[in-house]
Design a protein around this ligand. Structure first.
Ligand code: C2E
Ligand code: CA
Ligand code: CA
Length: 510
């Protein structure tokens, strides 16, 4: 896949992830904010309901006190009780009037003195309480009537309702509250009516009095919640929106979509995303593990494991292949040096080396460092140079390869037969090992002409005293063919695929 296409795919994946993260943050933040606003609004409404309910309770308490003062007065004639009624009226500003009733007959009134009037208590809730829109002649004055029963007699205390209504208005705030007695309701900000109203509607909040048969109710609409969210939580909402945006941008940037390909490789190098995969190399004699080839993989946080042909050319162009290879050698040494004693004898590690790496002596230092890490249990180090990317011999390379040989490093020529290296090249770089390319090995047993190339390479290697590695051995028939011709080493899926270091260690035959 060309890098540009890979990059576009990466961009889309990252953009998608950034949007998902942003949305998740928004959903989380808004849910928390809404939940807080809803519970705050509900709590505030409950508190206001209780305040109004206590106010009404207090008013009815004073009516009850008035009534209790009169319980002993039954049996006395009205004219004897009248002064007490007037006095009580004077000291109780909430009380509009008091009637004394025997059975269904009002016989004494604080307003008119002795009277004879029929009355009924059928519409009283629990026989105690009723709301009246107004009284005759002055229909705008609302009254709350409270009755106390004493045997066959009743004391009826009428209370001015406007005071409670204005209390209801003030405490209602935005969400309208109502005083409910039986099926009657007085609603804040509205003229009282005696009309029935359907109760027990879902969503109502109420505070019922435990002393008197009334309750205060309210209903919070979605608009009330939204209003309170906007009033009290707008800063939170704005903060969460910004935070979500930042989270999205952070996710977007974290994986470097805006980076140039080189910067992206450098970031991956810093994050140690380039990791070694090891493929076993076995002996042609008895197929026991004699070494491995170290193959680079990019463990990308979004894309998963990326094969080398998608990033090695770019790494070579940018020169980053050198630190990447150095880090690969370091990782292998860190992992294997402590347990090198468990490796088979003469075990070799083969690294692929780019031509750029041979332009100065840093490669020599890298090999020295690697070999030094294994000083207690030495292993063999092989450098694979690919034939596809030919090196030009000069003073530096002459010296470099001479020094590498002195160190005991073996040089392998990779992909042999696919390029145009000459015999001189084999000599210039003192090649020790030839790697027969997979494309030739795959021809074995097919009768194709290329199969003969394998024989020719084997001949050539024998003549020059070079060791041979056959790559891409996948089938027994290929293995048998190569082993019959004494090919030194075999490598391919038949013996093991490239695998992470930990897996490789667990599979090393004991
Ligand atoms: P290569 O050096 O020729 O590596 C052998 C490739 O053949 C590996 O591919 C390996 O996985 C694959 N292979 C091994 N056995 C079989 C088999 O039986 N069947 C088939 N179909 N394939 C097999 P991989 O790992 O994808 O590497 C591709 C190329 O990337 C390598 O070819 C090498 O040129 C380059 N490369 C890998 N790691 C590095 C590195 O660390 N540095 C440099 N400069 N190049 C590297
Ligand atoms: Ca190789
Ligand atoms: Ca190869």
């Amino acid at each position: 896949m060309p890098y540009r296409v890979f990059k576009t795919r990466l961009f889309n994946v990252q953009l998608g992830r950034a949007i998902v993260v942003s949305l998740l943050c928004i959903i989380l933040g808004y849910t928390v904010t809404f939940w807080q606003a809803v519970s705050n609004t509900t709590q505030q409404a409950r508190t206001r309901l209780q305040q109004v309910q206590q106010k009404v309770d207090q008013t009815l308490d004073s009516a009850q006190q008035v009534a209790m003062t009169l319980t002993e007065e039954f049996g006395k004639p009205c004219y004897a009780v009248e002064p007490l009624l007037r006095m009580l009226l004077t000291v109780s500003p909430d009380v509009h009037s008091i009637n004394l009733v025997h059975g269904d007959n009002i016989y004494c009134s604080s307003l008119y003195g002795p009277v004879k009037a029929h009355t009924t208590f059928d519409n009283y809730t629990k026989g105690q309480l009723v709301l009246i829109r107004g009284y005759e002649g002055q229909p705008i004055l609302p009254l709350i009537i409270y009755r106390v029963v004493v045997g066959n007699n009743s004391i009826v205390v009428k209370l001015f309702g406007e005071h409670l209504l204005s209390e209801l208005d003030v405490l209602s705030g935005g969400a309208s509250m109502s005083l409910v007695v039986g099926r009657q309701r007085w609603q804040a900000h509205k003229t009282p009516t005696d009309q029935d109203f359907p109760l027990e509607t879902p969503g109502y909040l109420e505070s019922a009095s435990s002393n008197y048969p009334f309750r205060i109710i309210t209903k919070l609409s979605p608009a009330d919640y939204m209003d309170s969210i906007w009033r009290f939580s707008k800063v939170s909402l704005i903060a969460w929106s910004l935070l979500s945006l930042l989270a999205g941008v952070w996710v977007f940037r974290r994986n470097g979509w805006i980076n140039s390909p080189t910067t992206e490789l450098r970031r991956a190098l810093d994050q140690r995303e380039f990791v070694p995969y090891l493929q076993p190399v076995v002996s042609g004699e008895d197929t026991h593990w004699t070494g491995c080839e170290v193959l680079m993989r990019w463990q990308h946080p979004l894309e998963g494991v990326i094969p080398p042909d998608r990033f090695i050319p770019l790494a070579e162009d940018s020169g980053l292949i050198i630190p990447m290879t150095q880090d690969l050698m370091k990782q292998v040494a860190e992992q294997f040096a402590p347990q090198a004693h468990q490796l088979p004898r003469e075990f070799h590690f083969a690294f692929n080396i780019s031509a750029h790496h041979c332009k100065d002596f840093s490669l020599l230092e890298d090999c020295q460092t690697f070999i030094h890490a294994f000083r207690h249990n030495p292993v063999k180090l092989v450098l694979e140079l690919t034939e596809r990317e030919l090196l030009v011999a000069n003073e530096v390379t002459d010296k470099l390869f001479a020094e590498l040989h002195k160190l005991g490093v073996l040089i392998a020529l990779d992909d042999f037969g696919t390029g145009n290296s000459s015999l001189k090249y084999l000599q210039d770089f003192s090649i020790d090992v030839l790697k027969i390319d997979r494309s030739f090995v795959s021809m074995i047993g097919t009768g194709a002409f290329s199969a003969h190339i394998v024989d020719n390479i084997i001949d050539l290697a024998n003549r020059f005293g070079l060791k041979l590695v056959a790559e891409g051995v996948e089938y027994e028939v290929q293995s048998a063919y190569l082993r019959a011709r004494n090919v030194t080493f075999l490598q391919g899926y038949l013996y093991g695929r490239p695998m992470p270091m930990a897996e490789f260690i667990s599979k090393i035959p004991g």
